[in-house]
Design a protein around this ligand. Structure first.
Ligand code: NAD
Ligand code: MG
Length: 298
């Protein structure tokens, strides 16, 4: 493993030997049960003060990409609140400990974001716990593969949209009452927004929606000094994929279709979220930063 994210090395060889064994996890899945363990930057992310004094809420900050973002933000000097589902407490505790180890305030916000009232409460509690808010990362997401539309239940269609789209809307709307000029909103979209898989009809549709939401709102909020951007990951090794995101038998080949020929690790996403949250990206608005191992996007 690299010593930190600034090392120059061959990206096709970095993590090339990770074994994405066929496996299945029920519910949202845990990083704790992921085989082989993902890299969220615990042992490698080096902060350089790029988010000193900022206050961030990262939804889905217990595991995967959100956990890598939470670790990076804390090491860059931000206080961080993470939201997650109650059954993910085990994962969340580890991230809270890492935020605190970085010398920052951590706020843990368990609960179900498919509920509008809970989304509003999450913002209120994040603001109270952090003493303000200036970075909102809408990252929580639901992905369940279904091979035939006739098997895609109304309940799943509704839950996927509630988790990926409605929660983003409810959280963003509530956060705007607190965000001052200089604040940033970052939404996690996906390569699926442009290259939808045939078995991810509901999920891919939500991600295209997130891209449009980001570009529309980015224009609306720019005059207020609030920037909205998105990050579009490619195939990243997280519990989302082992908890029904992909057919289990396809996991051993996960990520091999990318030009780099391997799955990405959550730690490789964090610098994109740091860039979009920091003042370095002051002229970047409505943009989708693709972090996908080289898959072409429009
Ligand atoms: P992950 O499972 O580690 O994170 C997703 C998180 O969403 C969970 O930890 C959970 O806390 C949260 N969540 C789900 N339903 C929720 C609900 N109802 N209420 C509250 N929280 C809820 O997986 P990840 O891959 O890191 O996913 C993070 C984001 O990245 C998601 O938006 C996902 O769509 C996106 N993404 C992932 C990949 C990939 O290959 N892993 C690719 C593109 C986009
Ligand atoms: Mg999780």
């Amino acid at each position: 493993m690299s010593s930190d994210q600034y090392i120059f090395e061959d990206p096709s060889k970095k993590y090339a030997d990770i074994d994405t064994t066929a496996q299945y996890q029920k519910g949202p899945g845990l990083d704790a049960d992921l085989n082989e363990t993902a890299d969220r930057g615990e042992n490698s992310y080096r902060g350089t003060g790029r988010l000193e004094g900022r206050k961030a809420l990262v939804t889905g900050g217990d595991s995967g990409i959100g956990a890598a973002v939470a670790i990076a933000y804390a090491r860059e000097g931000a206080d961080v609140a993470i939201s997650y589902l109650p059954e993910e407490e085990e994962d969340a505790r580890k991230i809270v400990a890492l935020i605190e180890k970085a010398g920052r305030t951590a706020v843990a916000l368990p609960g179900d974001l498919t509920d509008a009232a809970f989304c509003r409460e999450t913002i209120t509690k994040a603001v109270e716990g952090l003493g303000g808010l200036d970075i909102l990362v809408n990252n929580a997401g639901k992905q369940q593969h279904v091979e035939d539309l006739s098997e895609l239940s109304d309940e799943q269609f509704d839950e996927t949209f509630k988790t990926n789209v409605y929660a983003m809307f409810w959280l963003t709307k509530a956060a705007l009452a607190h965000l001052k000029p200089g604040s940033t909103i970052i939404n996690t979209t996906s390569i699926q927004a442009y290259s939808p898989s045939e078995n991810l009809v509901d999920y891919a549709s939500t991600k295209a929606t997130i891209n449009a939401f980001t570009k529309a709102l980015g224009q609306q909020l720019a005059p207020k000094g609030i920037r909205v951007n998105a990050v579009a990951p490619g195939p990243i090794w997280t519990p989302l994929q082992t908890a029904g995101g992909q057919p289990t038998e396809e996991l051993p080949e996960f990520g091999e279709q990318t030009p780099l020929g391997r799955a990405g690790q959550p730690a490789e996403l964090a610098p994109a979220y740091v860039f979009l949250a920091s003042g370095e990206s002051s002229y970047v608005i409505g943009e989708t930063l693709n972090v996908n191992g080289g898959m072409p996007t429009p």
